[in-house]
Every structure is written in structure tokens, then in C-alpha cells.
Ligand binder design. Sequence first.
Ligand SMILES: [Mg+2]
Length: 355
Amino acid sequence: MNLIDDLRFRSYSIRRRNVFRIATSASDVEDNIVVRVDAGDDFGVGNASPSDVTHETRETIERFLTASAGRIRGVAEDDLEALHDVLDSVAPGNTAAKAAIDIAVHDLLGKRCGVQIYEALGGRGDGRLVTDMTVGIEGVDETVRRAVANCRDGFRALKLKVGLDIEQDLLRVAAVREAVGSGVELRVDANQGYDVDEAIRFCEEMDTLGVALVEQPVDADDYAGLKAVRERSPVPIMADECLRTIADAERVAAEGAADIINIKLMKSGGIHPARTIDRIAKDASMTTMVGCMGEIQLSIAAGLHFALGSDNVRYVDLDSHFSMIDDPSSGLTFEDGLIGVSGRPGLGMTTDMDC
Ligand SMILES: [Mg+2]
């Protein structure tokens, strides 16, 4: 066992191939901050992706990492509880920054033990899972064009963004279903775009189109509204923006506000707290999805290892890296709709922080 003795980071502005438009924002560039944690003669790498959801920016993440570097020095590399206690003592929140450090330490431990992270978490299987591909908010024709192109690229599941205009949304989802046929799983994410009555009407329509789930139809703060939609919706309801912390997961579970929870490492603060959220979900008979922010391959790999390591994760939405130009990390595979880890220990990824 070794003590953590160094933390360094490098920030990147990564271009997207297309502008990505959802109900709450639009962007064509994504900041990602790659972190390296050293302990003894091994190191691990992780990644932070800022977003409005966690109230983080590139600057806040850099500030948190700088403040944490000295504080985590001397923490035992295999004491994840102590690591998170120290990080929480630096500042509350800042979950994407914490996730980057948590992921790096998991990578380091995997390399140290010569095992892949998902194996260390108790997962089995061949290291591959079906991921959906997300289509942002566009006109009907462009939405259909992108959906069909994604299916041609091998994707078997699509996540359609909605929530700006319910009438347009209904047309778009119906047009995609018509174009891709019944064999492609459709998931829909409203990013808080509807009121409760709209959401219920929308979910009833989605049922007729064979949609698998509707994600965060109402405002993040409106737990009662989410529950009301869930009670009336024939389609399973997934909580995303309303659920960031372990305490949020306990609240969603206690109130019966959702059928499914969207776990993102950037919201939870990394793999270690994400496992707690997944367990809370399971105890409350909720399944989970592993989702992502605007992330490069490095932290997408961490999400995939986490998903592979849990028997309660039902859906995988790990797709942001497909849209990135000049990703500084590599190692993931994609074939026949399946996203896969590299097979090497730890995260199994390559970055330019390797020396
Ligand atoms: Mg979402």
C-alpha cells in the first residue's frame, strides 16, 4: 500500500463535430480537465467535465484541484472513504472535480493490482455494453437524418432530446420511430422542459410510440411534480437533474418520484459515491442508467467500468466522446452498437499525461 504523493492536471477545450442543443443549453466546445494522481511508482488518470448541472466551470474545477493537491497528499491510495472525506473537507459540491480524483485513484488501484476496474467492482461479462447515441434538438428532418445515420453507424438505441416545444417534440419522436423501425430502442430526455400536465400528455403519446423511458420531464426542484408524472405515465420515468447527491437519491427513493435513476460520475463525485447511489436505487426497486456530461473517452471509460461492475445498471448512455474532435484520451472500442473497455488494467486508457 502506498500513500498519494502528487496530483497534477491539464485542461483542454475540445470541439464538438456539431452544435449540441438541449432544452436548457447549446454548445460546440466542451472543457475537460484531465487529472493524474501518483502514489509510489504508480499513477492513475481521471477526468472532470464541468456543467450547469453541478454548477462547475473549468475555473472552479482548476481551483478545487489546486486546493486539493496538498490535502490528499499522504492519504492511503486504497482508502476511498478517507479520500472522499478529505475532498469534502476542501469544499462541498464540486462533484466533477471530485470525480476526476476518484476516477484517477480507481485507475491507480486497478493498475497496482493488475485488474480492470469493473472486475475489481465484482462485474463479469466481456467488458462491453449497448450504449445509446443522443440526438440533440433539431428540426424534424435533421433529427430523422441524424437518427438514421446513427443507426447506420451501428447504434441500436437512441436518446432523443426534447423539451423546447411539445408539439414539435411529438412530431420528431414519431418521425424517428417511423424512420428507424421498431427494432431500435428509443429513450427521450426532456431536460426539465415540460410542466406536469404537458409531461403526462407527452408520456401517454410516448407509450404509443414504444418509447422505453422518459427522462426528467419537469423542473429539477419539483419532486412532487415528478412523482405526479410517474403515477400517471404509462412509460417509466427517469430522474436526472433532480438527483445529484446521495441525499437526493434517498429523497427520490423515499418519495417514489422515479422508476429509474440516471447516475453520472460528474454528479455523484466519482465511482465510490455512485456505488452508494446505485445501491440505494436497488434497495428501492429502481434500476439505473449510467449517463455522461460532455466528456472525453477517459471518464466515459470510468462510467463504463462502473456500469459493468453493477448488476443494477440497466441502461448505458455513454456517447459524448463520439462527438469530440481531438480527444486526448483513447482506448475504448465501439462495434455493432457495443461500447467496450480496452482489457488493460485500471481504466485501460491512454492519455498524454502518461509520462
Ligand atoms: Mg438527462
